[in-house]
Design a protein around this ligand. Structure first.
Ligand code: ZN
Length: 138
């Protein structure tokens, strides 16, 4: 794997100066960057980061942590992550929304989707709380 390749989050920056810093522990400064880093983490199969950046309310719905981890791992292994497009970012003090399109393929099938995600700030960390699938933009 070439680590100097462009970041999977579609920022057009090398991974090392993009989402790598968030994956290694620096809190993402806003919800859009957190969203991008989560997408990059899916693409790089960094399951622990996905779990770490999920709001406790979401984590509570996945009581069996090891099962949740297995499901995430199964999903990332079966999926090709072809890119991310941020459609809208509405910032706030403790709550923010990011509408994005994730370009995904599974077994040669286009499973891309658009979602409006809600993020909540807990301490100094933005966390993914919930998402609502949107109709695909034309
Ligand atoms: Zn990135």
């Amino acid at each position: 794997m070439i680590e100097s390749a462009n970041c999977p989050c579609s920022s057009a920056l090398p991974y090392d100066i993009c989402c790598a810093r968030y994956h290694s522990g620096t809190p993402a400064p806003n919800a859009q960057l957190l969203m991008q880093s989560r997408y990059a983490a899916y693409a790089k199969q960094l399951i622990d980061y996905i779990i770490k950046t999920s709001h406790p309310a979401l984590a509570a719905r996945n009581r069996d942590a090891s099962k949740w981890k297995q499901e995430l791992l199964k999903f990332v292994k079966a999926t090709k992550f072809n890119g991310l497009k941020i459609n809208e970012f509405v910032d706030g003090e403790v709550q923010a929304t990011v509408t994005f399109t994730a370009f995904l393929m599974q077994g040669g099938r286009d499973v891309s989707f658009t979602e409006k995600s809600t993020f909540l700030k807990v301490g100094d960390a933005w966390l993914y709380h919930s998402g609502e699938k949107q109709k695909r933009p034309l």
